[in-house]
Write a protein that binds this ligand. Structure first.
Ligand code: ZN
Length: 310
């Protein structure tokens, strides 16, 4: 079984980075995930900032015997919000999202968002060093870190932007213009949203080699609420060959470790297969040890952030 943690790019020389890789292995980790926020992360030569070129780091980790993955920010992009032409997601009442923190959601039907998504997928396609692609924010916007996880409101929070409404209208063959109309067609709306996500997934699947495992991050919602809230259909994603990574970040939700086990039990029971690579965060060495024990039950674990000792 594998144990993973996500790795932030630091200012390393090749030699320093090799030393870090040795330390990673000495902690018992089998692999690293490199965060990719946008195409600049992997495209730029970063010599002047003394950052090793992205693909060099991955190749180096691979030749050190570690598995490698990239953690892709799919529909979350701070840079896009600086473009005048960009329109943020829109809620049921037609109000556009205004970022108040570091969450910059992008609608999966937004043309600028899609362009970015296709670009970055093309950039990572055919890289032979990659074992995993971790799709973060691969969903309709939902700020789970701040929102209630018990979904009381029976209307998905996002997205009702003009691109969504137009696209949905063309699928159902009638002009939809109001929230009330959408509410009366909720089953069709929900089905259409999951199909949007599946067609984006097939774009990735066509681009990357079969040897690359695709992991889809899920907010820590109950399974029944996921498709409704985010457009992610867990069982369908598994049937498409993906691994699922519920993000069980208990600290951010002010929950205890029992909350993690409860959710995992539910996922185990309902999905019935070992396709889970849960993502954890931890606060201290004790929690780290506790969570590492869960590793045996699953295909792998992604820890974020790093142990202090790193
Ligand atoms: Zn939209």
């Amino acid at each position: 079984m594998a144990l993973y943690f996500s790795y932030n790019q630091k200012t390393y020389s090749e030699r320093q980075f090799n030393k870090q890789l040795e330390r990673v292995k000495s902690f018992g980790f089998d692999g690293l995930f490199f965060p990719v926020a946008n195409a600049n992360t992997i495209g730029h030569s970063t010599k002047e900032r003394k950052i090793l070129p992205f693909w060099n780091m991955i190749a180096q980790a691979k030749s050190a015997g570690l598995k490698t993955g990239i953690k892709l920010q799919c529909f979350q992009n701070r840079v896009l919000y600086q473009n005048d032409s960009f329109t943020p997601p829109m809620n049921y009442l037609g109000v556009t999202y205004v970022p108040k923190s570091d969450y910059y959601p992008v609608c999966p039907n937004n043309p600028d968002g899609l362009k970015t998504f296709y670009n970055i997928t093309d950039l990572i396609a055919n890289n032979t060093f990659l074992d995993f692609i971790y799709l973060e924010h691969f969903r309709f916007p939902f700020y789970w870190e701040k929102e209630e996880l018990d979904i009381q409101n029976r209307i998905p929070p996002f997205c009702y932007c003009p691109f969504c409404v137009t696209e949905f209208s063309s699928v159902v063959g009638e002009i939809i213009s109001t929230g009330e109309q959408i509410q009366s067609m909720m089953p069709e709306w929900l089905e259409w949203r999951t199909e949007v996500m599946f067609s984006l997934l097939s774009y990735i699947q066509e681009k990357v080699p079969n040897s690359v495992q695709i992991i889809v991050a899920l907010p820590p919602l109950s399974l029944i609420d996921l498709p409704f809230t985010t457009g992610q259909l867990p069982q369908g994603l598994i049937e498409e060959g993906c691994f699922l990574s519920p993000q069980l970040h208990h600290k951010v939700k002010a929950k205890n470790l029992a909350w993690i086990e409860d959710l995992l039990d539910q996922y185990q029971l309902d999905l019935r297969i070992r396709r889970l690579i849960p993502s954890f965060e931890y606060g201290n060495a004790e929690e780290f040890e506790y969570l590492a024990k869960l590793e045996k039950k699953y295909s792998g674990i992604i820890f974020c952030p790093l142990p202090d000792a790193m």
